[in-house]
Design a protein around this ligand. Sequence first.
Ligand code: NAP
Length: 302
Amino acid sequence: MIYYRIALIGLGLIAGSMGLRIRQDGLANEVVGTARSAATCDIALQRGLCDRITGTAAEAVQDADLVILCVPVGAMATVAEEIGPHLKPGATVTDVGSVKRAVIDAVAPHLPSGVHFIPSHPLAGTEHSGPEAGFPELFEKRWFLLTPVSTDQAAIDRLTTLWQALGSKVEAMDPDHHDLVLAVTSHAPHLIAYTMVGVADDLQRVTDSEVIQYSAAGFRDFTRIAASDPVMWRDVFLNNKKATLEILGRFTEELFALQRAIRTEDGDMLHDYFTRTRAIRRGIVEAGQDTDAPDFGRGAKR
Ligand code: NAP
């Protein structure tokens, strides 16, 4: 047991996966959960994502040693404001938001002194969401990035131990650096996938059935990414505006360069470019980061 009582605020894919793993491995004496809708709370209880459900976030955090905010980034401030006065002195608060600077700015002002705020971001996920989507192996061999606001080393070490117990590797990072890195590796690629699928949808000549019937590997991968939760991704872009726009600016420049190479039939340029990108893919495969989630006999990639 690493914490006595853990409170999960929000009970979707990420919280559900955590709750299942924490309970399965006895990492806490009790997991208390809460979500916005009664339907989500019912499913969470049925699936055993937590031991107990409360009607409000304020009730859920009572006497919790660790509070994990698992709501969309845009909802973090409201939740923090609600729980702030009810937190136990000495408790740790973390979140799993995909953006870190905006979450720190939204949450930190609502937390009383004596509470340790240690924001986190698991680099693990699928295109599925909601209380049915979670599974206990989600974090296996994935990174957890920490951007601690608290300087309390014992609190940081204890949270690190929990993330490691979920099967993850943990690394600390500056929040602005985190947001730039994730803009490159996750946020801009999602926007590009949304755009590509939108383009296919707009093309009058390509009917829906043709898109589905002749879907080739490249487009299929885009559609999987573009199926990700609209609320979560709306909030990511609105809260990581600067870094995402910076990366999209660079992307546009590169796209123009490739467009020019195609028009001028500069085969050498295209070949060199694709050789460079192929090496990056090989590096990712060698680092064991080539799937969204390990396939634990579930068949299709999530
Ligand atoms: P999810 O499956 O959609 O679950 C979100 C949960 O938050 C639901 O239980 C929902 O309750 C609750 N919620 C939504 N809006 C709320 C609000 N305004 N106030 C209170 N509760 C609210 O989302 P998720 O994929 O687990 O993502 C949760 C967080 O993890 C996000 O911040 C996201 O950026 C981050 N994250 C996601 C991934 C990923 O791949 N999915 C990866 C890493 C980090 P109801 O169901 O009752 O509406």
